[in-house]
Design a protein. Structure first.
Length: 330
């Protein structure tokens, strides 16, 4: 049996949940997986020795550990802009990399091209749909020669929760401000909810999917239409948005439609966008409940849609995606 060493980068919500799952579930004890080290923004803890090193020594620690196991997998649970810049070096030197950090893959097109060439040692399922196998399904379509005509999706579990609470299929829902507060209290939002409401997270996910489909994208600024107004001072933006959403809700109710933040890719036309839309009850996206993500692939073989749906926010679902990627390396 292959001995596998794990190095967990990031000990926040996702990293700590991953560590707890690996240490507490007996199924992983039978996989010959061993946690060699964990790191946060300041320190690296070497698990066997119980010693710590500065996080600035990460590269040296990794190369010291190289060769200590048959296989070493680096798991990026951070939201760092800098760590993804080391992926290629690690992969070229025999490390495996699993990431939930979407920033690197959504930044430079060159970096995306470089890391995704490592088909058998790099995995990024959790960057788009948390635990949903969106990346795997899309790769299967492409590897088997299917042609993707359109991708239609709700890609933010946070925004899905907010709009499902604000304008549910049944009942009146809560105020938009209350929906944001509920999302925050459930741990679905970033510390600053404006980051979710800006659509930046959705834009990054769209870039990753669009690049997989062969589109060349460098700038995410025009991909997602922010829900927030640039004309308002930052401290007033959420209050202005809440007032605007209440008016939009009245209009949508009159149309018998439901407000949702919808992402679309039309590969043949080069269209990649996300914006607030009114959906009819017949839309497949309306099936999403709570913080569900839902993705509809329309392909040559599935002209009526191939649908994936499941939790798109929260550490548990993201950790499921990371574990699935880890298991794929066995």
């Amino acid at each position: 049996m292959t001995d596998v060493g794990l190095i967990v980068l990031g000990t926040g919500s996702i990293g700590s949940t991953l560590l707890k799952t690996l240490e507490g579930n007996p199924i992983f004890a039978n996989k010959s997986w061993k946690i060699l080290a964990k790191a946060d923004s300041k320190y690296i803890t070497l698990m066997e020795k119980g010693s710590t090193r500065s996080s600035t020594e990460l590269s040296a620690v990794l190369f010291d550990l190289r060769g200590s196991m048959d296989k070493i997998i680096i798991i990026d649970c951070t939201a760092s802009d800098l760590i993804p810049l080391s992926y290629v070096t690690w992969l070229e030197n025999g490390f495996y990399v699993v990431t939930a950090n979407k920033k690197g893959l959504a930044a430079s097109q060159n970096l995306f091209n470089a890391v995704t060439k490592f088909h058998f040692t790099f995995a990024w399922e959790s960057t788009v749909g948390a635990g949903l196998p969106i990346i795997r399904v899309l790769r299967n379509f492409m590897d088997t020669g299917d042609i993707v005509r359109r991708v239609e999706a709700l890609l933010s579990g946070t925004l899905a929760f907010i709009f499902n609470s604000f304008m549910p299929l049944a009942g009146n829902g809560v105020s938009f401000n209350e929906a944001i507060d509920q999302a925050r209290s459930n741990g679905y939002t970033e510390p600053d909810p404006c980051e979710d409401l800006s659509g930046t997270d959705v834009a990054r996910k769209l870039i990753i999917l669009a690049r997989m489909l062969g589109l060349k994208l460098e700038d995410n600024s025009t991909i997602a239409r922010s829900l927030l107004s640039d004309n308002e001072p930052k401290e007033n933006r959420i209050n202005e948005l809440c007032s605007r959403m209440e008016r939009a809700k009245q209009i949508a109710s009159g149309h018998n439609t439901f407000l949702r933040f919808v992402a679309n890719i039309y590969p043949a036309d080069g269209v990649v966008e996300a914006k607030l839309e009114e959906l009819r009850e017949s839309s497949p996206l309306i099936a999403a409940q709570g913080c569900d993500n839902i993705v509809c692939f329309y392909t040559e073989r599935y002209p009526n849609g191939f649908v994936l749906k499941g939790a798109g926010a929260g550490a548990d679902s993201t950790v499921h995606g990371l574990l699935s990627d880890l298991c794929s390396f066995q």
